[in-house]
Design a protein around this ligand. Structure first.
Ligand code: MLT
Ligand code: MN
Length: 304
């Protein structure tokens, strides 16, 4: 199975449009120590012909431009696309807004949990994806779902997380978060190893560790390096955990959590515009690499 990282950045991308902290400044100025990243998305294919995109980022048009495999077949009909399906891991803007860019009456399927489908239904703007063209299919939890016409199989499972920021209800426990608001995916195809894609995760527990044990690859939430990162930078008064993301370092963190999980390849993805791992040659980058992780970037590809 082929895997392509379309966007390795978190919501807002790198540099985020209004960000003027040190790393974003380097990115705005084209400094070679950093590479810009678009917003969180991957593409997978069992046959190299039909593709499944996991999460439709607001940058999807730019991502398709950068990825020849996702472009129309030049010898095909006047409208065609190798993109067969979109699978959603939550209702975050960085994961659903790209659906609006796929609105030109091209058939494809959208797979999501019941909770995320209800978010799309309640936002009338998504009606632009006409039901006679775009099918909305359910993604049950803890079951394998074959993605129609692609040979790709996904198993969605709940992870600790948080309801999308724009849906938070401060009067409710966990801001109203329910099971199915954030999922991880095990992605396989016939004869392939398994890829785990978990761009948002608020807690790494034993259940998650046993699920990912022995995986061929793990793409995991790399939003923030420390829990207080954006507080310390004075850009937002929220910890990483409050935002629904385990930090890479500190209490309950991800950097060493998977050390004994026997995973062949581990890379951080959904990396925030403030995360010091974005700077080549930085101590944070060295720390992460020494711990056996890669730092994903747009265009990174591999097979499992
Ligand atoms: C997140 O991953 O926490 C969200 O994408 C944040 C946001 O929607 O801005
Ligand atoms: Mn996000």
């Amino acid at each position: 199975m082929l895997v392509k990282v379309l966007g390795a950045g978190a919501g807002g991308g790198f540099p985020q449009w209004n960000c003027n902290t040190r790393l974003s400044r380097l990115a705005w100025d084209g400094d070679e120590r950093v590479i810009p990243r678009t917003q969180s998305s991957i593409a997978v294919s069992a046959d190299g012909k039909s593709w499944v995109i996991v999460n439709a980022s607001p940058d999807i048009r730019q991502q398709i431009r950068a990825t020849p495999e996702l472009q129309p077949d030049r010898t095909g009909g006047s409208r065609n696309s190798p993109i067969a399906a979109i699978v959603l891991t939550n209702g975050d803007i960085d994961h659903v807004a790209g659906l609006l860019s796929l609105r030109e009456r091209q058939p494809f399927s959208v797979y999501a949990t019941a909770r995320v489908h209800s978010v799309l239904r309640e936002n009338s703007v998504f009606r632009i994806l006409a039901p006679d063209v775009v099918s909305r299919l359910s993604l049950p939890l803890n079951e394998e779902t074959g993605i129609a016409g692609t040979g790709v199989i996904v198993e969605a499972f709940p992870v600790h997380g948080k309801i999308a920021l724009y849906l938070e209800d401060p009067s409710k426990e966990g801001f109203g978060t329910e099971t199915g608001d954030t999922i991880g995916l095990k992605i396989t195809a016939a004869g392939s190893g398994s890829l785990f894609y978990i761009p948002g995760c608020a807690k790494i527990d034993e259940e998650l560790l046993s699920r990912v044990h022995g995986a061929a690859a793990l793409l995991f939430d790399g939003t923030l390096f420390t829990d207080n990162e954006v507080i310390d930078l004075g850009v937002l008064d929220k910890t990483s955990l409050r935002m629904g993301h385990v930090p890479l370092t500190g209490e309950g963190s991800s950097l060493h959590a998977f050390d004994r999980a026997g995973i062949a390849r581990k890379a951080f993805i959904h990396i925030n515009t403030t995360n010091p791992i974005l700077e080549r040659g930085s101590e944070a980058e060295r720390t992460v690499k020494a711990a056996g992780w890669e730092i994903s970037h747009d265009g990174m590809s591999f097979s499992v």
